[in-house]
Design a protein around this ligand. Sequence first.
Ligand code: ADP
Length: 630
Amino acid sequence: MQKDVKQILKEFWGHDDFRGSQRNIIDTILNSKDVLALMPTGGGKSVCYQVPAMAMEGICIVVSPLVALIQDQVNQLKLKGIKAIALTGGIPHTELHDLLDNCLYGNYKFLYLSPERLQQSIVQERIRQMNVNLVAIDEVHCISQWGNDFRPAYLECAVLRDIVPNVPLMALTATATPKVVKDILHNLNMERATIFKDSFSRSNISFQVRHTEDKLYQLNKYVSLTDGSSIVYVRSRKMTLSLSEFLKKNGIKTTFFHGGISKKEKQERLQLWLEGKVQSIVATNAFGMGVDKPDVRLVIHYQIPDSLESYFQEAGRAGRDGLPSRAIMITHKEDEEQAKRQFLGSLPNVDFVKLLYVKLNNYFQISYGESIAEPLPLKFNVFCQRYGFNANMTYQGLRILDQNSVISLSENFSERTSLKFTASKSTIFEYLEKHRQTAPIIQTILRTYGGITEYDTKLNLHLLSRKTGIGEVNLKKILQQLDADGIATYKNATSDLEINFLVPREDDRTINTFAYKIKDFHQVKHQNMSAILSYIDNSTRCRSAYILDYFGEKASKICGTCDICRPTELQSLEVLKRGILELLEKKPLTSRILEQTLQAAQQQVVMALQELLEDELILLTNGNTYNIKK
Ligand code: ADP
């Protein structure tokens, strides 16, 4: 018997009612019809398949492209007391059997998996035996080569139609142009699906492009004049640090974030920003996924992103609470060339991908015909330097290998600490006698890791720290000392990328199977770049309408708040400055009085005063009044 979906929504999610198309989508699925759901980021897609799956007997299969997304969703469900399992990369064969058995006999409600997992025959066989109530394919734009994140393995999702033929299918995405929608329907054989499209319009966001000679000045101005949290997006890790330093120097509480910092640092910085202890976070696109902060008032793009899809997704993190917010692209005329160089100038060709693949295998000492099942840490810069590879091209090449399921790539900072005792038993014993303070720690290590006197052994510092009560930093110092004293060899390696090899090494043959797709990859990258550049260069159409049009939606009205609809913002600033000067000619005044007399918004007056101060046309007196500089 079906349970009441509204009650389920309240009981497990705590929401009183459905929003947007959620209810209609759920009803369509409960009537056993296929659905394609197009909803903007934050629109509430997961509820659309999770609630009906809870209402029906059986298990829901969810395909999702990113390990981090899968883990996040499974954790969220577990917190609600719902039984869910994740099948991602790096699971040994025996464990895989157990997990699949759990799905069959263990009353599980959700099985999340990556498209690569779906290609395994054991996984397909077991799904065939399960009582599947719904198949959900998340981020379904990955199935289209016109999408921003094409993953050929996604095409394999169609196999689910044969494995569980009478089960309704729900495909979901937040970025789908008309071309992509057509591809999705065709590739998943779901031409008869009901399509629901919630508006992508974000009417509370004022989209702006600010062309300027002095980007830093504008950055500082916008961030410091914003009352509330902001995100500044850049396209390189180095830039996150330099802009964050710049904002700090200007008195703004700021931190930075990118894929190469440790998990702990990421969590700490995110927390500081979420709690409002820092106002601004300067980040690469590694920041944002799963971050649900409602009151971001400003998102700045300081460098041009690779596509309008990425731009809209990142800019859309402003104003989730529906209150007025701004998404500003600050740009200089040289930026366009720089973006083209960065994203297009270094697109790898087939020969480079072949070379990269061979070197990658050599780097990890994988021989022909072999594969390694565990995730391998890669220090990206070291790798590029060793083989004299261009960093951009290498990164794009790794992405091509990832998209074509040769490897799976995740941006993850990790640290590998290992130790091997090299001294003889009697020497170690003497050492323990002499170093009474560290002896208990050394003994714990020896007891915890059986073979550590014979093999180089990976240490879990977190575990050791818990066992010994010594902080990780101090533990490392002790290990270093053991190395220096000739008792053990200690290695500590950090990495910022993690690679899983998904197929055995066959050098050129591995690459030849998809070589033709590398050309398509180039074409898509060029189209994406030209779409974002046209958005920036556009000087006649409402920015919101322009974006909606790109996503195949007709804007019912112009936004009235972007820089095209309101070219007046700049002009009015000039008018305001003149008005202020006229008033100050008569007598010194406070900003409050200026606001009231000129009937202007506080932010605008502050901005005008700041520019007049910088142009040295006025000065601020001790009594907090402004005066004409004579
Ligand atoms: P998406 O995957 O579309 O980006 P999520 O499924 O992560 O969005 O949902 C975004 C946010 O909206 C979450 O915080 C979620 O709890 C909330 N949400 C979803 N549905 C509802 C609803 N019916 N009422 C209130 N909040 C909702």
